[in-house]
Design a protein around this ligand. Structure first.
Ligand SMILES: O=c1ccn([C@@H]2O[C@H](COP(=O)(O)OP(=O)(O)O[C@H]3O[C@H](CO)[C@@H](O)[C@H](O)[C@H]3O)[C@@H](O)[C@H]2O)c(=O)[nH]1
Ligand SMILES: O=C(O)[C@H](O)COP(=O)(O)O
Length: 346
């Protein structure tokens, strides 16, 4: 595996030629970090050297000043629901990335999270190295060490990436062992050729990274997938309950791929409700179902191009997410069963 330091900027600019590069940053309520990230990319990779041609921030229904901070720092900002407005709006990070792909223009698209606390230009340039120098490489994923920073500020080296370690990695080793060598399968920093990204579906919410890995393996093969060591990645941590919902989305994404690949035949789809309990035993029910956008190339002939009325709108084939879609356990069933269990215990 190469490291970011193996790809000096002058060599990358020489290799780039006429290839164009877009950086797409999905952002939901990231006013604290998005401005700095955009500024670093603009100053070091667009102004100091002609490596990045476009910086696009996809504002993912933020309720804070994310869009303003990103625009002030020099990004083009689009709102997730304003892109391809002819389609019904979906939610979550996967939707933001798919809309970002549609709204951007570069031959190579680099995705990076907007909540990185130790962002440096190497997060972008490192990912570009194999893509700009090896025509046979179509997808590059970032690898890094992930510390866990507690609320008291204490940093535990290598303890981050809890959903990765507890859910994604075991699932990949069980069912797609070819992908087990990806150090950070859920990491948000990766890059690919547009020609390939437009050929694969994008799962919505937090299923997107897992779905892309599995679908790209099928589409381009492991030999066209690379990873680059980007050092250490620090980001803002979500609560355990939020990570539980993310885990549910990833498990449903894996289930959808196993079914699509003909490896499981289910008599009924899995339930998409997740019942969680707080410290006082209060129950909250969430829907962790994910939807799916079809390959962008099947929706519009060219990213950002006009939609024709004959275009497919959205594929929800993989896993149901709309409120109207039947699931084996309804919200009411789940709450009733939780109440019944509590009574049993009492
Ligand atoms: O509805 C959303 C949710 C998140 N984001 C953005 O997506 C990025 C990553 O989201 P975050 O909530 O920070 O995810 P993590 O807890 O860090 O989850 C990890 O695991 C996820 C599942 O694979 C990946 O999507 C993430 O990139 C990866 O960092 C950030 O820029 C968010 O602002 C959106 O744009 N829309
Ligand atoms: O990628 C993951 O596993 C989740 O984002 C959780 O990461 P964290 O444990 O570093 O918060």
């Amino acid at each position: 595996m190469s490291t970011a330091a193996d790809w000096p900027l002058d060599a990358l600019v020489r290799a780039k030629g006429t290839t164009t590069v877009s950086v797409v940053l999905p952002a939901r309520d990231e006013e604290a970090t998005v401005g700095h990230i955009v500024s670093v990319i603009r100053e070091e990779l667009a102004e100091a050297v002609p490596l990045v041609d476009e910086i696009l921030v996809v504002d993912s229904r933020s309720t804070d000043a994310t869009a303003a901070r990103a625009a002030e720092a020099g990004a083009r900002v689009v709102h997730q629901d304003d892109v391809l407005p002819g389609l019904p709006a979906l939610s979550g990070k996967g939707e933001a990335l798919w809309k970002g792909l549609a709204a951007s223009t570069g031959d190579i698209v680099v995705f990076a999270d907007s909540d990185l606390r130790n962002f440096g230009a190497h997060f972008i340039s490192g990912l570009l190295g194999p893509l700009l120098t090896r025509p046979d490489v179509h997808f590059v994923k970032g690898a890094y060490e992930r510390p866990l920073t507690g609320p008291d500020g204490v940093v535990q080296r290598g303890a981050g990436g809890r959903v990765t370690e507890l859910v994604a990695r075991p699932l990949l080793n069980l069912y797609w062992p070819e992908l087990a060598g990806f150090v950070q399968p859920l990491g948000g920093e990766y890059a690919a050729r547009r020609s390939v990204l437009e050929q694969v579906p994008f799962v919505t919410e937090y299923g997107v990274e897992f779905g892309l890995l599995v679908d790209l393996l099928e589409r381009v093969g492991l030999g066209a997938m690379a990873q680059v060591d980007l050092g250490c990645r620090e980001h803002s941590h979500q609560s355990t309950a939020a990570l539980g919902r993310m885990a549910g989305q990833i498990m449903l994404t894996a289930w959808s791929r196993l079914e699509r690949q003909g490896r499981i035949v289910a008599s009924e789809p899995p339930a998409t409700g997740l019942l969680q309990f707080d410290a006082d035993g209060n129950a909250t029910l969430s829907d962790v179902g994910v939807a799916e956008r079809p390959p962008l190339a099947s929706v519009t002939p060219r990213a950002g191009g006009p939609l024709s009325s004959a275009d497919p709108v959205v594929s929800l084939r993989s896993v149901p997410s709309s409120p109207g879609v039947a699931s084996p356990m309804t919200s009411a069933d789940a709450v009733n069963s939780a109440d019944a269990m509590r009574e049993d215990v009492a």
